[in-house]
Write a protein that binds this ligand. Structure first.
Ligand SMILES: *[C@@H]1O[C@H](CO)[C@@H](O)[C@H](O)[C@H]1NC(C)=O
Ligand SMILES: *[C@@H]1O[C@H](CO)[C@@H](O)[C@H](O)[C@H]1NC(C)=O
Ligand SMILES: *[C@@H]1O[C@H](CO)[C@@H](O)[C@H](O)[C@H]1NC(C)=O
Length: 361
């Protein structure tokens, strides 16, 4: 009986869920679209009647209501939260299930997304008034209240987009505050385009749990000051990915702190001396200038217990002479011809064939 009941409840919930999704996603009824843009900056609430909620979602008892809310996608919940103060508070109170992925704020894309290794689910994009907007999008745009401001929202290529009249950085910050407050979560990752120090400091200032991961995306050159801040000062960052060019003649002279995952696209500056002070789980270097001899030294260091947490070390160098890399270690090495695939704890995938297993003997 209990079983049948739960089955029925699940069915009801999924039916609700389907219909809610289909009501919400294409066209959520929002407050009056006729507010002129200047009022966007108003911190006072303009005289707009609070819309009466058009469907009876909130008449559902709390338990199934919570389940329905847990089922809904983050961007649908954001849309729903804009409908009324009640919808906002119901979501804030009843959303319980953990989200799939970690919240990432991207100053590069100007959007917030939930990220896992496999995918990236956009929650909300921020677009400034200079950016391109189609006539259709302009027509569909609705003005909604976010904190104490009125902002325009519309859907573009399936993403919920918030139109911010003014500085995009401010818009992204305001949006982040709204989303983290609504879902009661912290930002785990930032994707930085410029001003890494400012962005990291800002995220760490708005929340208690420190930021875990940073991706630096600028296609130009990152400054030495930022490199030092990321690698040394900001001790809580445990996953670092730098896609930008490193400053010419950059050197890191001190001991490395523990960094679980270090991905460096322009890794010319990483010396064997640096490597011997690292304690990482993944170390992934592109454009590396490490020599066969350096790799040999590092391998011996690892075999004698150095870098104990290491799961993946990958360095892309110009060419490799495997016999020099394995010098003095051939009796530890076993050749394996078959292809092997490996996925690191941080999602790096490597396919390898014709490899050597090197073990302590
Ligand atoms: C936002 O995120 C989505 C994927 O989640 C991505 O495709 C898109 O390019 C991002 N940027 C903007 C401005 O929408
Ligand atoms: C936005 O404001 C920040 C400072 O608050 C400034 O550094 C940045 O250049 C501004 N961006 C634009 C597009 O005006
Ligand atoms: C990084 O740390 C050094 C010394 O600990 C300090 O002098 C420097 O101001 C810090 N940098 C930033 C950007 O906070």
């Amino acid at each position: 009986m209990t079983f049948l009941f739960s089955l029925l409840l699940c069915w009801i919930i999924s039916v609700f869920f389907q219909s809610i999704k289909s009501i919400l996603i294409p066209n959520i009824p929002l407050p009056s679209p006729h507010l002129p843009p200047p009022q966007l900056f108003s911190t006072r609430q303009p005289d707009v009647p609070v819309p009466s909620f058009p469907f009876r979602l909130f008449r559902i008892p709390y338990l199934p209501l919570g389940r329905i809310i847990d089922f809904m996608d983050p961007d649908a919940l954001i849309s729903l939260s804009f409908c009324s103060r009640k919808s906002h508070s119901v979501i804030k109170t009843h959303r319980r299930a953990p989200f799939n992925g970690r919240l990432c704020v991207s100053g590069y894309d100007n959007n917030l997304s939930f990220r896992t290794f496999q995918n990236r689910n956009c929650v909300l994009s921020v677009s400034s008034s200079y950016a391109y907007i189609t006539n259709k999008e302009r027509k569909e745009m609705e003005y909604v209240r976010m904190n104490w401001m009125y902002v325009g929202v519309y859907r573009s290529n399936g993403n919920l987009v918030l139109r911010w009249y003014g500085n995009t950085t401010d818009g992204l910050e305001e949006t982040t505050n709204y989303v983290t407050d609504l879902f009661n979560i912290d930002v785990s990752e930032v994707c930085v385009f410029k001003d890494a120090i400012k962005m990291i400091k800002w995220v760490n200032s708005i929340q208690k749990t420190p930021l875990k991961k940073m991706v630096y995306m600028d296609w130009g050159v990152i400054s030495s000051e930022e490199m030092i801040y990321i690698l040394r000062n900001c001790t809580t960052l445990s996953e670092i990915c730098i896609l930008s060019k490193s400053p010419p003649n950059f050197r890191f002279s001190k001991k490395f702190r523990n960094i679980d995952c270090l991905d460096i696209c322009y890794g010319q500056w990483v010396t064997i001396k640096n490597l011997l002070t690292m304690d990482g789980i993944v170390i992934n270097l592109k454009r590396s200038t490490l020599t066969n001899n350096d790799l040999n030294v590092f391998l011996k260091h690892w075999l004698s217990g150095g870098c104990p947490r290491l799961k993946l070390f990958r360095a892309r160098t110009g060419s490799v002479d495997i016999f020099r890399v394995l010098a003095g270690l051939l009796h530890n090495a076993v050749f394996v011809e078959d292809r092997r695939d490996y996925t690191s704890p941080f999602g790096h995938k490597c396919g390898m064939d014709m490899t050597f297993d090197v073990r302590m003997v």
